[in-house]
Design a protein around this ligand. Structure first.
Ligand SMILES: NC(=O)c1ccc[n+]([C@@H]2O[C@H](COP(=O)([O-])OP(=O)(O)OC[C@H]3O[C@@H](n4cnc5c(N)ncnc54)[C@H](O)[C@@H]3O)[C@@H](O)[C@H]2O)c1
Length: 312
């Protein structure tokens, strides 16, 4: 689908990834952003975007956001806390996708791009390709993403939808909030520049992708892949350990703190300690990220050092 002159709805469009996607799409398309603004911010949105404030599980909200004129929905709204470990998160995230799908059927909107996650793979061998099986997530968040992908698959194969599933690595950059590793390290080091507590043993090793590459890749895939279900990993070919992230953040802040470790091989229950996605499918379609994982972390750190985390 050509992303030019389209009417596009972004659920969760005022959040971290959504607002960067809105910046990317706004010059060429008419955008509607629907968001509760729990995590999202109005000031992150470009001028000229229609805003619907509210919870997409409410009929009036989703009905106003997705109309028969809508060409495409980017569905980003989620409870994205991977460490929540409460079964209710499964129901909540699936309810968001259920609401989007039901409204799309009603309004005859047949194109949905969905932000899934690497966590659907659980602790799979690396680099993990999109057709790896069996999919055995180890967190409720991962299970919810897999459930949402399944519901979208049904609508692609039985109701003539076109679906794009993006299985993200860890996305980093300006507007990332506390709860993610780089903002957390920055806040801790601002509070105590001499010491930094690191969750786990610091050897967790994951792929980090800069948000600018992430939104470029999303747009590229929507424009170039048109199967009923188009599932793509979005990540970098390389990984960065948590300890290296600490080194990069400390270096960018001009500090040399002592590290302490909470211990164990992972940060929280359900944390996947090692993640690297195969991006061969994305490369075969014709797109490669600009940055390595370490580059993405360093660039994001520089951007996030301009951000104030004390009021969050
Ligand atoms: N950031 C990452 O590294 C990462 C990795 C894998 C997957 N993802 C997925 O990408 C998407 C975007 O992530 P993000 O980092 O931008 O998160 P975010 O929390 O910044 O954005 C999500 C937005 O959805 C909104 N929202 C939540 N529930 C809502 C509801 N019921 N109705 C309307 N709006 C609602 C929030 O207010 C927020 O603005 C999510 O689906 C997330 O699971 C993100």
């Amino acid at each position: 689908m050509n992303l030019d002159g389209k009417r596009i709805c972004l659920t969760g469009g005022a959040g971290f990834v959504g607002s960067h996607l809105a910046d990317r799409l706004a010059p060429d398309n008419d955008l509607t952003v629907v968001d509760t603004f729990d995590n999202g911010r109005r000031e992150w949105l470009p001028d000229g975007v229609d805003i619907v404030e509210g919870d997409i599980r409410e009929d009036t909200v989703i009905g106003e956001a997705i109309t028969p004129e809508t060409d495409l929905v980017f569905h980003l709204a989620a409870d994205k806390d991977p460490s929540r470990d409460e079964v209710g998160q499964f129901r909540e995230n699936n309810a968001l996708t259920e609401s989007v799908v039901e409204r799309c059927r009603e309004a005859d909107v047949r194109n949905i791009a969905f932000t899934s996650s690497s966590v659907v793979y659980g602790e799979a061998p690396r680099p993990t390709p999109e057709d790896y099986a069996p999919l055995e997530p180890i967190s409720i968040y991962g299970a919810s993403k897999l459930g949402e992908e399944s519901l979208l698959s049904v609508h692609a194969h039985s109701h003539d939808f076109t679906v794009w599933n993006f299985r993200f690595a860890n996305i980093v950059g300006r507007r990332l909030q506390l709860g993610a590793v780089i903002p957390d390290f920055i806040r801790k080091l601002r509070e105590d520049p001499s010491e930094l507590e690191i969750l786990g043993d610091g050897r967790q090793e994951k792929s980090y992708m800069h948000v600018s590459d992430c939104v470029e890749a999303m747009c590229y895939v929507v424009e170039h892949a048109d199967a009923p279900v188009n599932t793509y990993n979005l990540g970098t070919r390389t990984t960065t350990s948590v300890r290296t992230i600490a080194d990069i953040v400390a270096d960018e802040m001009g500090l040399d703190p002592d590290y302490s470790f909470t211990g164990g091989d992972r940060g929280w229950v359900g944390d996947v300690p090692r993640m690297r996605l195969s991006i061969e499918k994305l490369a075969a379609l014709g797109w490669e990220p600009d940055d390595s994982s370490d580059d993405a972390v360093r660039q994001a750190t520089r951007e996030l050092l301009e951000q104030d985390f004390s009021s969050d």
